[in-house]
Ligand binder design. Structure first.
Ligand code: TTP
Ligand code: CA
Length: 360
């Protein structure tokens, strides 16, 4: 089963401010350069009807939505991460194995829980949807199939609030009618090349020999396309490891070497990293600052803490201290973007950790 939440950031915003429901909602990543500069992160389905989608400039979105009563909101990542984390916990409980693949996307192996029955799988999907909706007021779209690849393609078939089940005997006919661009990993470049070969649908992709595919796309991508067109995939659903580092980076209002202008933004980024660390109940042992200069060169400076920590003051002091040192060591540096990174992350295991027993 593949679960993909619908217009996720925008849906979180609708839940937070119910008065914006029924209006086009656009979540923006403001670069901070000018009031309007930046791109659209995502939009609700109403805004998409006007052509407003992820990646287009905010100025363009404003033109498209002129006099449509649209709402433009800045991205609020901590909010989306909290909602995501709670939904992932719900999902985890429904799978024999669980794999989060993005903030709003996960695979579940439900073979055992569904007793290998597709009818039973459909019931589980219904229960998953119901639970996410009642507990978090979020809708998602689900694909159920014999493997991860087909499940992912299926979850995208009926959006929003969709449920698409593809039984083993239906895989070929389901895929055949779809555009080749629906295969995960087929972006604009591959699509253009396939176009030149007069391949638009997966049915047409089936006519290309492995030799042609490998010649055109190389061994790895060519082989993948050959198998994907046939709905073949044997990847298992596997839990991803905890991250070993976290970072946040942002653009300053203007290029500067003034510590007084840099520290407030650095402080915000540090706070965001600290919040994330606490949310994951993890500690870090190393803190680094990132400085991208106006010539786009990237500089980092890091420091090892005396002991693993998630303490606000310790991490904040470390980040700000590093930035002051950096500016002193490179007085001519003019900074364009800055960031904070914490690494050597671990999860304190408390009483069960053998080293704690040893200390007593
Ligand atoms: P998606 O699942 O691609 O998009 P979505 O959930 O907004 O819409 P859909 O109903 O079509 O699934 O991405 C998940 C979130 O990731 C999305 O809400 C915002 C963020 N995102 C960006 O910030 N920039 C991007 O370019 C994309 C594609 C997504
Ligand atoms: Ca989504």
């Amino acid at each position: 089963m593949h679960v993909d939440l619908d217009y996720f950031y925008a849906q979180c915003e609708e839940n937070r401010s119910p008065n914006i429901r029924g209006k086009p909602v656009v979540v923006c990543v403001y670069s901070g350069r000018t009031e309007e500069s930046g791109v659209v992160s995502t939009s609700n389905y109403l805004a998409r009807k006007y052509g407003v989608k992820a990646g287009i400039p905010i100025t363009r979105a404003k033109k498209l939505l002129e006099s449509a009563g649209a709402v433009f909101l800045p991205m609020n990542r901590p909010l989306y991460e909290q909602v995501s984390e709670r939904i992932m916990e719900i999902l985890r409980g429904h799978g024999d194995a669980f794999e989060k693949v993005g903030i709003d996307e996960a695979y579940l192996d439900i073979s055992t829980k569904a007793d290998s029955s597709f009818e039973q799988a459909r019931n589980i999907a219904g229960e998953v949807k119901r639970q996410i909706l009642t507990e978090e007021q979020i809708t998602g779209s689900i694909g159920i199939a014999p493997n991860k690849l087909v499940a992912k393609i299926a979850s995208d078939e009926r959006k929003p609030d969709g449920l698409t089940m593809v039984r083993p005997e239906e895989v070929s006919s389901f895929l055949a009618q779809l555009p080749a661009s629906r295969i995960p990993g087929v972006g604009k470049k591959v699509e253009d090349k396939l176009d030149q070969m007069h391949v638009k649908t997966i049915a047409q992709l089936l006519t290309l020999s492995p030799t042609i595919l490998v010649e055109t796309f190389g061994r790895s991508l060519g082989g993948y396309l050959f198998r994907a067109a046939r709905g073949e995939d044997d990847e298992t659903v596997k839990e991803r490891k905890q991250p070993t580092q976290l970072s946040r980076i942002a653009t300053l209002k203007r290029d500067t070497s003034d510590v007084g202008e840099i520290l407030p933004l650095l402080g915000e980024l540090a706070n965001s990293v600290i919040a994330k660390l606490k949310e994951k109940r993890m500690t870090c042992e190393s803190v680094a600052i990132i400085a991208i200069l106006n010539d786009l060169s990237i500089h980092t400076k890091s420091k090892t803490l005396e002991q693993p920590s998630s303490d606000e003051k310790i991490i904040m002091d470390a980040a700000q201290g590093l930035m002051k040192e950096f500016l002193k060591s490179m007085p001519a540096a003019i900074i364009r973007r800055t960031g904070v990174r914490v690494s050597a992350l671990s999860k304190p295991t408390g009483q069960t950790d053998i080293s704690n027993f040893m200390k007593v």
